[in-house]
Every structure is written in C-alpha cells, then in structure tokens.
Design a protein around this ligand. Structure first.
Ligand code: MLT
Length: 259
C-alpha cells in the first residue's frame, strides 16, 4: 500500500503490475480490498491501481457530503500524482457512480469503462431519506446499523447461507469503515445527479457487468446502460448478487479479460 497526498487527503492505494493502467473503484461501504481477486488476474498484463476512495479504507475521511464529483476529482488528482493521463476506469456500484461522474468531468482521461452492479439514475426521495437516516445512525452508533441494513441485500441468499467466508469478508469491510466517511458518502450519493443523459455521449469501449440476482442495482438498470451506451458489451453473471466480483470472481474475471 502507498499513500499519496492529494487535495488535503492521505489517499491510500495499491499499484500492481505493468502495462495499460486500469483503475478500479470500490463500492459502498467497502475499500480497495474488494478487488483482490481482480488485481491478482489483471495485474499479470496491466498496471492495476486500486484506491481507497475518500472516507474509506485507509484514506482520510472528511465531514462534508462526499459527492461523486468530489471523489472523481480525488481520483483525477491521484492520476496526476502518478503521471497517468489516460486510464481504463472501472467501478462497482458507488464506484460506478464515481466512474460516470469522472467520465463527465474528464472524458479525455478515459480509455475504456467498466461499470459493474451500478446504475445511472439518481436516488428517489425515499432512498435519500433512508440514506440520511443511516448516515445519522452511523454517526451516533457506528457501522453496525449499516451492516444490518445492507448485508441482507449485498449478497444472494445462497451466498449468505453457504459461503460464510464471503459474508465475513463483506462484514469486515463494512465494520472497518469510518462512520464519518460512510455518512459523508451516503450524503454524497443522495446528492448525485442523474447520469442517464451522459450515456449516449460515452464513446469509449464499455463493459457492463451485473449479477443476475443483484437486489440493489438490478439487471434492468444495467440493461438500460447497455442500450444507451453505443457498442457496449453486457455480461450478466448468473447466480451472483450485488457483489458479483466477490461472489463469482472467476466469471467476473473472464468478463474483464474478455474470455
Ligand atoms: C454500493 O454498493 O456502492 C451501494 O450499495 C450503492 C448504493 O447504495 O446506491
């Protein structure tokens, strides 16, 4: 792990392999370890950079809402630091929201996109209210309320009953997240804009991946992106939920490496 000083943050990231640079952005409320299995495979032929986004893992948390644009600008500043002008950019869920915000801000810096278990739409009013409730509770009580609210939806029922090691890994990522960072990201996600109008403007190779049983960003959302992004590739991972890269790493990696 390395730390870069960017935009007033200590930003932690891993940097593995050599070749075309690939940047992978984790979802909420996770950290860069989400990508362990993807880094192992992709770094054989690429340079893979996995940052902890603002407020997650070992990157500094800040109090104010961490908007998707703020996180995208953090990533751009990290790329400046690494002297990387153009990268392949991938994100899962919240990481996908950040990837779309990044593309809108810096389209010339993106060689290709990978959008996994994510959606282009903004939150509904109800979703915003739920995020505020969770943010307030996280600040008062810590991460347990977020773990309780999210764990049943993050993984398929089969993973939850049959694969305790994955449940433990997801719980550990959630429980080790800073409540301040989580609250800031919840408030930032609640503020995010609808990116649907951006999709027809995306003119880089784009891969869209979704778990067939994703209960948070369901396959219909992924299909909507696939229809709107010209020439995009679309891969549904059978039997996977929202954390498709953890639940079915081999299939996910095959989709990434186009095999
Ligand atoms: C994520 O996995 O990043 C979150 O579930 C996304 C969200 O809450 O919208």
């Amino acid at each position: 792990m390395t730390k870069a000083h960017v935009r007033g943050l200590e930003m932690a990231y891993d940097d593995a392999g050599a070749g075309v640079p690939v940047v992978l952005l984790h979802g909420f409320p996770f950290n860069r370890s989400l990508w362990r299995e993807q880094v192992a495979v992709l770094s054989q032929n690429h340079r893979v950079i996995t940052p902890d986004l603002r407020g997650f893992g070992e990157t500094t948390a800040t109090d104010e809402p961490a908007t998707m644009e703020t996180m995208a600008e953090d990533v751009a500043a990290l790329l400046d630091e690494l002297k990387l002008e153009r990268v392949v950019l991938g994100g899962l869920s919240m990481g996908g929201y950040v990837a779309l915000a990044f593309y809108r801000l810096f389209p010339q810096r993106v060689r290709a996109l990978m959008l996994a278990d994510t959606r282009p739409q903004a939150d509904t009013e109800e979703a915003r209210r739920n995020r505020e409730t969770l943010a307030t509770r996280a600040l008062a009580e810590g991460m347990q309320p977020i773990a309780d609210a999210m764990l049943p939806k993050l993984l398929t029922p089969a993973t939850q009953t049959e694969r305790p090691e994955i449940v433990a890994r997801v719980r550990e990522m959630i429980m080790s997240t800073s409540p301040v960072g989580a609250a800031a990201a919840l408030r930032g996600m609640a503020l995010r804009r609808d990116q649907t109008d951006l999709l027809p403007e995306i003119d880089v190779p784009t891969l869209i991946i979704v778990g067939s049983e994703d209960a948070i960003t369901p396959p219909q959302d992924a299909e909507l992106m696939h229809r709107a992004i010209r020439g995009s590739l679309f891969k549904v991972i059978a039997g996977a939920g929202h954390c498709s890269n953890l639940e079915r790493p081999d299939e996910f990696n095959r989709a990434l490496t186009n095999q």
